[in-house]
Structures are given as structure tokens and as C-alpha cells.
Design a protein around this ligand. Sequence first.
Ligand SMILES: [Zn+2]
Length: 681
Amino acid sequence: MNDGLPHRPQQIWSQGEDHDNHFWFPTYDFPNDKMSWEVVATVPAGDLAVSNGRLVSNIVQGGTRTMTWRQEQPSATYLVSLIVAPLARIHDVWGSVPVDYYVYHEDSSKAWRLFHLTPDMIDVYSRLTGVKYPWAKYAQTTVADFFGGMENVSATTLVDWLPDARAYQDRPWYQYILIPHELAHQWFGDYVTTVNWANMWLNEGFAEFMPGQYWGERLGAHAEQDYYADEYRQYLQIDRQRPMPLASLGSNNIYPKGALVLRMLKGYLGTERFWASIHAYLTRNPLGTATSDDLRKAVLEATGENLDWFWDEWVYQAGYPKLDVSATYDTAKATLTLTVKQTQQDSLKPDSSGLKFTVPPVFRMPLTVRVGTQAGDVTQRVELTAREQTIAIPGVKSAPTMVVFDDGNHVLKNLTFEQPTAWLVTQLRRDADLWDREWVIEQLAHRTADTAAAAALAEAATHADYPLTRLQAVEALGDFPATIALATAEAAVRDTSAVVRGGAVQTLGKLGGAPALTLVRDALDHDSSYDVQAAALRALALADSTHAHDVIAAGLTKPSYQDAIQTAALRAIAQRGDTSFIGALEGLLGVGRFPSHVLASLGARGNVHALDVLTQHLNDDRAAVRRWVLEGFRFTLARLNHDVAVERLKGATGGITHPDTKRAATSLVEELQKPQGPGGN
Ligand SMILES: [Zn+2]
């Protein structure tokens, strides 16, 4: 399919994981089923067929091309893949291993910049794991309408969202996360495969962990912390919905918690012992399968340490420690005393089969406390061992200037620790760890009447040595009085990092007033970053009622990578409930799925015209538009206004002319009318 977009050629691609490959060849189709195989594809001569393993032959005869790919080492059957499309091949190598990037011909000028780090990533991963890249070649192929990436063995499939040159200043997810994630699977998932889906975190946790290691190797400790801090934010959001163990079927957190637990394991073991353990894990089970306990045994073999307790807390049980810490200082005894309470609750209920996950009442973990004093820092190694415990830190000869609980942020946790502003200010200036700084900024952000807090944030927003800290500081200032925050935001909007400028624009929008909004308009017109322009549009749509309409109208047609600016404009329309754009939205129905959702949201708020437009396009000539309109009904209208969605669709189905859409609409009506019993969904 090509979804009617001129840029996308006709193509086919396969997707096996979890159990879909048995729909196109006979297989038992479970991850512990390993085999070698050969794929022979005869395709139009102008197309290429990309599959797994070594290219054995490529013969053009008459109007056809026959390509034979042979996967000689065994791998899991869900990793068999085939892509056929008119593709350009950009050839690269890692040593003697072919490394190829397959993209549409129209995208070939963008491919090198996006993919050129691949051999270096292969190099770093081979070195860290001590296992040389195990396959005959590595191909990465971009395809349409893909959900992201899939680590098919030696032939990764990726979505066709190639960044243009300008997009790189916004640090595209594609290069930063997607490419190193799928590459990591070539070791974790493809070389050693989870024995069943309940241990899938062994695939996904490692794949999510490894990019941070790569960026740490190449860009330094801050880039590594930045990467995992983002995983941490994702994990907290997921855990809030439902805490689940890593090793459980359908676990919701295998990506971020998997990455964070492996990072914590590395922190606990130290770099050398950690990689020795990973090497043992890969070489004990080469081309085979593994359970979570196989990883524990590998650590035992490599280090002599039995980490039963670690696996029990972090792999087999759910949740994470919530620590409530308070401090008192005794001048006479030169001692700082910390009271540490673990407050995580196990309120999980059994599911319908009676299975109940548990949250440990006590997480046992070692960590370091760092106490700043005029005469230098005092550090002490302590061990979390109880629901409530007291920790004495002697040798603190003058009043503390800061207290860092878990120096270097090794333990996955939530920390509540009420501190005087002076401690936080000192820590923000001195602590090299980005997560610690993030925590400090969150504490200071609430102290909007405290000028010392404001000054520390202003200093960090303009002078911190890494963009993430400058960003978080300037964002925090958005809640402070404009008299204090405006000058800082004005400086930050000229930062060299687009990430910081985006935050500054958001803060300027929050502060409001003519001088701030002038700066935001200036960013919208002149900033070179798509994300900054999108942030400026969002800010003006909310804060500048006089110009909002014009700003949104201009944004709707402004080209940008991944339509960042147009998406911001569409969101602004939905947020404002602005019905003056219905005509424009109708004109945009063919560009992507989002405009139909905005029409649906206007309809859900009671606008009949928006509903009429949406309904008419159930008969659109473009199949993709019909699908997207139905998605608008299903995911937006039905969610916001169930009855209107059912009534509209029921009324419309009789008049739908395309059989595929008619069928889909009819079954959607049935689905929406199903009674939602108690506990349903
Ligand atoms: Zn993955």
C-alpha cells in the first residue's frame, strides 16, 4: 500500500512478532522455535527484495528480479522478514560485514546522515558485550505506515520518517533512540532470545538500555543521564496506571523499567563486572533462548554474587521504592542523622485468574549519601534495609551546605526530602548528575515567592553545562513573577540548544505580556528549529488572542519534519474548539490522520457542521481518508461523545458506497453498541 501519498511507492512488508509469521509460512511460531532459512523472492525488476542473512543471488531476467537470501545461523521464526519496494541501496560496511541502508529513491539524499553512525554503533556494542556482531550483514529498510522499528534478524525494518537537515537540532528520536534500539536487538532478542513472551523484557529491556550506553560512550556521562532520565519519566507514568513486574506476561513497563533496572544493575556491579556478566549471558546461550533466571546465573558465574534478592525486588515483583527522608544535624556530635521511611504501598488486586502481583514492602539497596560542608564533602555508603530506619553520618564538622541522598542517582526511586532552599541551591550549582538536578529543580519550582530559589533557577537556566538542566530551569521559572523570570527567559530564547529555546518560548507564553509575546512571535518567524516554532505556535494560540487565528492558519500549511508545526496548529484548533477552521480541516483530510480527529473533537463538542463534513468523507475517493475518518469516529468522537458517534455512524452506513468502509463502519457501530459490563475493558 502507499496510502495515496505521492512520496510513498507501492510496497509490501511483513511483520512477524509476536505470532503473525505463521500466516504466511508454516511454523510453530513461538520464540523458542529457532531455525535457519532461505527466502527466494521474484519481484518486478525495478524493485528490490530485502530479507534476512546473506544475499546468495540476485538475477534480473525479462521483467523480473529474483533475489535469494539465506539465513544460515538459527534464529527465532518471528524474525523472518521480507520487504519489497523500489528502493535505493546506500552501501556501508563494518569491517567486512556489509551494512546497507535501503530507502525510497526520493529519500536517498537523507539516508547517509541518518544512518552513518550504524557501523560505529555496531563497533561499540561488539566491544561492550565482548560478542562480535553475530550476523552476515546488517540491513535497515524504511517502509510506510510502520509502528516504529522491528529487529528482524540482520534486516531491521524501520518507519519511513527520515529527518531533514534542520530536524537534527531537535535531536530526532529516530537517530537517538530507534536506530540503536533495533541494532541492540541483534544481540538481545535475535542472538539470545526470550524463551517465551513472559520474559520479553530480556529483549526489550536490553534494547532500550543499550542506546544510553552508546550515547554515554560517544557523547559523555550527561548524554547518558539525559537518556535514562527520559526512561524514568516514561516509567513513572506507566507504573501509575498499573504496577507490574518486568517478568510477567503482557508487562506494561518492559522498555523503560527494563532499561532502568539494567542501569541499576550496572551501577551496583560496576562497569567491569556488569559487562563480564552480560558477556556470560550472551555466550552461555548463543543462538539460543533465555529466561530471566539465566541472566541471574550469568551474573553469578561472572561475579560469584548471587543476586536472588535483586531479581526478587526488581524483576519478579512490581513497583519501586518511595522514600521519605528527613534530616537533623547535631552540632555537638558533628553528626547528621537521616530518617528514611519506605512508603510504597501494595494495593494491587488479584486479576480474574486469581494472580496477584506484589510490591516489596522493603527494597534492600546500597547507596551513597553525600553531605556538603564548608570543609569539604563527607560521603557515606549506606544500605536500605527496613521499612523505617535511622542513618547516622558522623564527621560532619560544620553545618551541612547540601545533602545528596543517593549520590549519582543509582537507585530507581521516588524521593521526598524537604530541604532548606540553601541546600538545594548549593546542590543545583555543584551536582554533576542530571537526575539529581532535575529533582532539585522540581523542589525549587514550588518556591515561587523565594528569591533565592528564583536566582538559582535563573543561574541554571542560563549557565548550566548541559541543555536538559537549562531547559528544566527555564521551564520552572514560568510560575515565578514576570519581574524575575522575564530577563532569564529572554536570554534563554537565544540559547544555542533548540531544546532550551523551546522551553524558553513556553515560559514566555506563560508569563504573557507584550514584551514576552513579541519574543515568542519572533521565535515563530525566525527560529531555525521546527520544535521551537511549534512551541511558539502553541504558546501564542493560548496567550495571544488577537493573533491566535492568523498564527494557527499560517501553521497549518508550514512544512516541518514529522509535521511538528502543523500538528501544533491542529492541536491548538482542538484545544480552542475553533470552528472557523472546519473548511481548512476538510482540505487537510488527505495529509494524515490528525485532521479527522480534530473535526471529530469539534463534533463531540456539539458542532454539527464538523460532524457533517466528517460523515461526508466516509465516501471519500481516497481509501486512506476513509480509514482516517473512521479512526476519528472511533478514537476521538466515540471517546468524547459516545452517543453522537453511534447515532451518526448508524445514520451514515446505509449511504456508504465503498464496501470496505461500509463493512468497517458497520462493525464499528456493533462494537460501540456492545454493552460495557462491569469491569469491561
Ligand atoms: Zn524493541
